[in-house]
Design a protein around this ligand. Structure first.
Ligand code: DON
Length: 303
């Protein structure tokens, strides 16, 4: 397959749609991004990487970081996390509070904000610095030593974080946090506000395409845990649009309000698309369209 040609075709298919969504502005620092930027990268399991458009431009990874916090938590042998967070789709927006009360502070899954706060809490207990753990993993897998948290975005999230603070305090009221709320939120913002490019993220996600094996050949996760993360990505990684994403793209994927989506093709590679304008569920309009076009043309799908 001519990857470069297929990537360019997918970017061309997405471009006309870029202005149909809205750039996230509930985190003010994200609102400053150029809505016309667009990139798409592909990495193969043997570490080759291809890209089109703005694929080497860093953007705010936001909720894509939740995939890595879960992987690093499970890598430390913390199976017990599944007693503190569920693995069912929520059917509600990513920042919703309503299920927490009837479900005793156990978030539905690790990829909504509430679930990611619980996973970040445990990663903080395990490592002493959850933000640093995610940054170091991304740097190692991408080979990009400059990859870092953007302090302006992290500060903007904290300054406008009433909803996440409410979620975290509510979870704490049920005894489902191990660390102080302020510390957990600060680490949560530190990993959400990491800036990375489509290239960086496509390379960093390859361990899930390699059934748990890292770029240096060492094993991060058991094959079973890699399968489980991919399964939860498919059902919960794009929130209450996970059904539509599976229908259109047919791959496990994780979106972020920075406009990125990282998708996994087990046994083959990864794709990462980025366009800042979002649909109502918080997923990038252009990224979904490009992944739809690429997977439809090439048959890269789990189905
Ligand atoms: O906590 C937040 O709201 C953001 N840091 C992350 C949300 C997000 O990326 C949801 N993704 N579509």
């Amino acid at each position: 397959m001519d990857y470069q040609l297929e990537l360019q075709r997918a970017v061309d298919a997405a471009r006309p749609l870029l202005t149909t969504g809205r750039v996230a502005d509930y985190i003010p620092a994200l609102g400053a991004v150029d809505p016309h930027a667009f990139g798409l990268a592909l990495a193969t399991v043997d570490g080759e990487v291809y890209g089109a458009g703005d694929w080497e431009v860093p953007f705010s990874v936001q909720s894509i970081s939740k995939l890595f916090t879960l992987a690093l938590t499970l890598a430390a042998g913390s199976e017990g996390i599944w007693h503190r967070v569920g693995r069912e789709p929520s059917g509600t927006p990513f920042n919703s509070l309503i299920q927490l009360e009837s479900e005793q502070g156990i978030p539905r899954n690790p990829f909504i904000n509430a679930g990611a706060v619980v996973v970040t809490d445990h990663l903080l207990t395990l490592t002493g610095d959850a933000g640093r753990a995610v940054r170091e993993f991304l740097r190692a897998e991408s080979g990009n030593p400059l990859l870092d948290t953007d302090p302006v975005v992290a500060g903007s999230e904290a300054a406008h974080g009433h909803r996440n603070a409410a979620l975290a305090h509510f979870i704490a009221s049920y005894g489902n946090l191990e660390n102080p709320v302020e510390a957990v939120l600060s680490h949560y913002y530190a990993h959400c506000a990491i800036a990375a490019s489509c290239r960086d993220l496509a390379l960093a996600g390859l361990f899930l395409a390699r059934h748990g094996v890292r770029t240096d050949g060492s094993r991060l996760l058991s094959r079973s845990d890699a399968k489980r993360i991919n399964a939860v990505l498919l059902t919960c990684g794009t929130y209450d649009a996970a059904g539509d994403f599976a229908f259109r793209v047919g791959l496990p994927g994780k979106s972020g309000v920075g406009g990125g989506i990282l998708a996994i093709v087990p046994g083959r590679g990864t794709l990462c698309a980025w366009g800042p304008a979002l649909d109502r569920a918080g997923n990038s309009v252009g990224a979904v369209a490009a992944l739809d076009a690429f997977t439809t043309a090439t048959g890269w799908s789990v189905f």
